[in-house]
Write a protein that binds this ligand. Sequence first.
Ligand SMILES: C[S@@+](CC[C@H](N)C(=O)[O-])C[C@H]1O[C@@H](n2cnc3c(N)ncnc32)[C@H](O)[C@@H]1O
Length: 343
Amino acid sequence: MPVQNLLFHGDNREVLRTHFGEGTVELCYIDPPFYSRRDYYHPATGEDPPSRAFTDRWTWDAEAAGAYHAILENAGGQQTAASVALLRGLRGMLGESSLLAYLSSLTLRVAEIRRVLAPHGTFYLHADPSAAHYLKLICDALFLPGGGEFRNEIVWSYESGGRAARDFSWKHDTLLRYTKSARWTYHADAVRLPRTETRRNHMKRGVDPDGRGFRSIKSAGRIYRYYDDEGVPPSDVWTDLGHLHQRDPERLGYPTQKPEALLERIILASSDPGDLVLDAYCGSGTTLAVAQRLGRRWAGIDQAETAIAMTRRRLAALVTPGAEARPDTPPAAPAATINPTPD
Ligand SMILES: C[S@@+](CC[C@H](N)C(=O)[O-])C[C@H]1O[C@@H](n2cnc3c(N)ncnc32)[C@H](O)[C@@H]1O
């Protein structure tokens, strides 16, 4: 039976190992903790003090040492010689530190994600400058030896939030995009952006026999024609998508909730209707909600009860007219594995 619209409450490594077959997922997006070394709270529940949604604090403890040794021993068989060598090298550089604990956790989980990706599948890892440079090495070590490819480092640039007094403010996230092989799904036409006039001022304006306006330019003996109504495929720098602001109607009160427009671009570009979209750190269920709206199958995993309850409500509201996505009462404890949408 193919995985169909399932939400799992638990640790994603365990869930992936026990519930997902090899090569079953066409697209996986993850937005894991970024190594910010802080806790994240729910402002929406009105509790005083607010309850913790999840933590992004890491310590080198027995669990971290276990994860590190599981990589070195290739427990589960998903590591590569490169990922084992990399983690050994990182231990030499970082010591038995909180950062090594974080990177060991991500290495184990990205390895499982690579296993479940379809041969033509795509993986997006959302990170920020705290650890994106290490995570890129980890993805290289896990994806490239088996014929996978690094395709993009997308810079998502935004203006929201405060400004730093003694540094240039951090105003971008990084999305690493990898494919499992040299054959992958990518629909440039589904994510075209409106053309801006200023970018094309140096081009010649024209109208074709059907009355369609265009700009054209001659380069190396060839004439290139860009139609006004066609739009332009996005580059790897995304400046047109904002973070959710405080009063954004899309906001459900989950800390670090991402905008649906970001996931819409990713899902439209990198999957087909009916494909399975996985978010193994699903939080409030943004990826799953957009996948549902765009006619994809979806699967979400989160270890936080409040995330599962919020996602369940969000998805139920999409398929049940009149249901409320926003919580007014504390959520009931979710079942271990639940399916919020009727088949
Ligand atoms: C940054 S949030 C994701 C937010 C989400 N993209 C959204 O739009 O709401 C990261 C989530 O990962 C979850 N998480 C962290 N470690 C996990 C693990 N090992 N297994 C499953 N979920 C995990 C946390 O509970 C948290 O909800």
